[in-house]
Design a protein around this ligand. Structure first.
Ligand SMILES: C[S@@+](CC[C@H](N)C(=O)[O-])C[C@H]1O[C@@H](n2cnc3c(N)ncnc32)[C@H](O)[C@@H]1O
Length: 235
């Protein structure tokens, strides 16, 4: 049976607050910077829509919020971990003067503090698997999106090809937690990472959840042989 992972807001925010100072360094080291390509793929896809105002949920230290701002979007980043947001705010100060500096809010995706139909797009990169009550969050996202607007979600997955999957899972379950433990203050955060990914519904299982929350025109595409998936759905 799968191990129970406590995803209550206090537990998750405490974990991310603890790893915040080393988060960016470890993120890029553990993914060999490939995560940057995945975020760029999301931005290429958001450009297919007519979008100005973006809500970047679970924005963490702001890598996606900042990339979106650099591409001309008016971004609101939201997260439950204050220390992640502080880093996002600091990094955002270095943006070129032409960009609109993202605004950051400390709040949960379970209760989004914005009115109905207020965003042209919602994005989430590597955040949704941590949400405690996914259905409530998806319903909240649906509420704040304008009709026809897209939700773009990047999340880790298990590759489907056998050899690649075996190699990747060996790295993900054995090597990544060791490196994470060496560099971060948290003993458990980097063993939580593979466990939370392997418990998250993938591919059609997750698109089914999106459709149950009311989304339509749902599709996905794999990144780097299925290490990550970009899901796109419309309100
Ligand atoms: C792995 S980080 C991803 C950060 C960033 N989006 C990125 O791509 O690097 C996951 C983030 O989700 C946030 N998070 C978890 N549950 C949340 C919730 N219910 N509402 C908002 N943010 C949440 C955590 O605090 C953390 O900063």
């Amino acid at each position: 049976m799968a191990e129970y992972l406590n995803k209550q807001s206090e537990v998750i925010s405490e974990m991310f607050n603890e790893i915040a100072p080393q988060y960016d360094f470890l993120n890029h080291l553990l993914s060999l910077d490939i995560d940057k390509l995945w975020r760029r793929k999301l931005v290429r896809n958001i450009k297919k829509y007519s979008v100005k105002k973006v809500l970047d949920l679970a924005c963490g230290t702001g890598d996606l919020s900042i990339l979106l701002a650099k591409n001309g979007y008016d971004v609101t980043g939201m997260d439950i971990a204050e220390k992640m947001l502080t880093i996002a705010e600091e990094k955002s100060q270095n943006l070129n003067k032409k960009a609109i500096i993202p605004k950051y809010t400390n709040a949960s995706a379970e209760a989004i503090p914005y009115s109905d139909n207020s965003f042209d797009a919602v994005t989430i990169s590597f955040g949704i698997r941590n949400f405690n009550n996914r259905h409530t969050c998806l319903t909240e996202i649906f509420r704040v999106l304008k009709p026809g607007s897209p939700l773009l979600i990047l999340e880790f997955a298990e590759p489907r090809r056998r050899v690649w999957k075996a190699l990747y899972l060996f790295y993900f379950k054995n090597i990544l937690p060791l490196i994470g433990k060496m560099f971060s203050k948290s003993k458990s955060a980097y063993s939580y990472l593979p466990k939370s990914v392997l418990q998250f519904p993938q591919y059609e299982q997750f698109t089914h959840e999106l459709s149950e929350a009311g989304f339509s025109n749902i599709r996905y595409s794999t990144c780097s042989g299925g290490i990550a998936i970009l899901y796109i759905a419309e309100r």
